[in-house]
Design a protein around this ligand. Structure first.
Ligand SMILES: [Zn+2]
Length: 339
């Protein structure tokens, strides 16, 4: 209750000169960001309703009831949540929203920092009890824990340099399969790194031995069989490298395109050698970076540089992926025009 009280007290003192509270600004920022998320779920619809209510009713500092939220959802998204059980419906989608929020929070922090807000938006739920005291939901503004680390550790002088586009880390999550293999937040050094490297080496050795064995069983004089075997070796080695290579390269490259089995349809998922705070251990995180294209307004996503920009990750505009191309730097989050 104490922290809730102090947030409530702070809210009274946070009207800026324009007459807009910082909660309103944070809600507007969250609303705009949510329109670009690929998730088009009812949890996002609920969030957008909360943002609209926060913008429309700045004096409701105690938050909104599930009936308020359902009314807003019904009005904006043409649904009929009020006709069902409002408190149950909101509780279900709020739970889904808090899960999605973990993924989106880093992006919202970066947006808030870029927009010079003095904090970042966060979700808050106050459990009600008894009649006349319903559960309330609201969007609050939390102060950045430390200004220097609020921006994924990028020091401010670096961020002063000129840029054509600024990227936002739209999604940040623990990659599901890796997380299951190595528990939450894989710390990738020492024996763990050795284990992965050994695994890759063993897989390659195994495939080579397999092919040698097969070669020994066929007639050496038959050129066609040898060619088929050689092709088989190449395919197996390529498949192993395509599946595990990015993870092996990650500690050296710090950011890589995620292997095919971790990709969504857009091939824009990256693996980042992530560090939350200066002294925190590094962890593998799955991330997606996007920006707005200054030339056409399309969405730029960090993707493979392919042959022209070999070994690099570049920002490609979805409207003109071969022409609207920018550099990508995950530390400064800035990009300059390449073409
Ligand atoms: Zn473009």
């Amino acid at each position: 209750m104490n922290s809730a009280e102090s947030v409530r007290q702070e809210q009274g003192n946070n009207r800026v000169e324009t007459g807009i509270t910082r909660e309103q600004r944070a809600a507007e920022l969250t609303l705009e960001a949510s329109k670009r998320w690929p998730e088009n779920t009812l949890a996002v619809v609920l969030l957008q309703a909360l943002c609209r209510l926060t913008v429309a009713r700045p004096d409701a500092t105690e938050g909104f009831t599930s009936i308020d939220l359902c009314e807003e959802v019904d009005r904006q998204a043409r649904r009929s949540w009020l006709a069902d059980d409002p408190s149950k419906t909101v509780r279900i989608y709020w739970k889904k929203l808090t899960k999605l929020w973990e993924q989106k929070l880093e992006g919202l922090r970066q947006r808030s920092s870029d927009a010079a807000l003095d904090g970042f938006p966060d979700l808050d739920r106050q459990e009600g009890g008894g009649t006349g005291n319903p559960t309330r939901y609201r969007l609050i503004v939390r102060p950045f824990p430390d200004q220097s680390t609020a921006d994924s550790g990028a020091p401010s002088p670096v961020n002063q340099e000129a840029a054509d586009i600024v990227y936002i880390c739209e999604d940040l999550s623990n990659p599901a399969l890796l997380a299951r293999l190595f528990h939450k937040g894989l710390v990738f050094h020492g024996w763990r790194r050795a284990a992965v490297l050994t695994l890759v080496a063993a897989a390659m050795l195994f495939s080579v031995l397999l092919v040698i064995l097969l070669l020994l069983t066929v007639q050496f004089s038959e050129l066609r069989a040898i060619l088929v075997m050689a092709a088989a070796i190449a395919v197996i080695l390529w498949a192993i490298w395509a599946s595990l290579g990015p993870i092996v390269r990650l500690p050296d490259n710090r950011v890589v395109i995620a292997p095919w089995w971790m990709q969504s349809v857009h091939d824009d998922r990256l693996l980042v050698w992530w560090k939350d705070a200066p002294n925190a251990p590094r962890m593998i995180k799955a991330a997606r970076y996007t920006a707005g294209c200054p030339r056409c307004g399309g969405a730029v996503a960090a993707k493979s540089g392919r042959i022209e920009f070999w070994g690099r990750i570049v920002g490609r505009c979805e409207e003109a992926p071969e022409e609207h191309v920018y550099t990508f730097d995950h530390i400064t989050r800035k990009g300059i025009r390449l073409r």
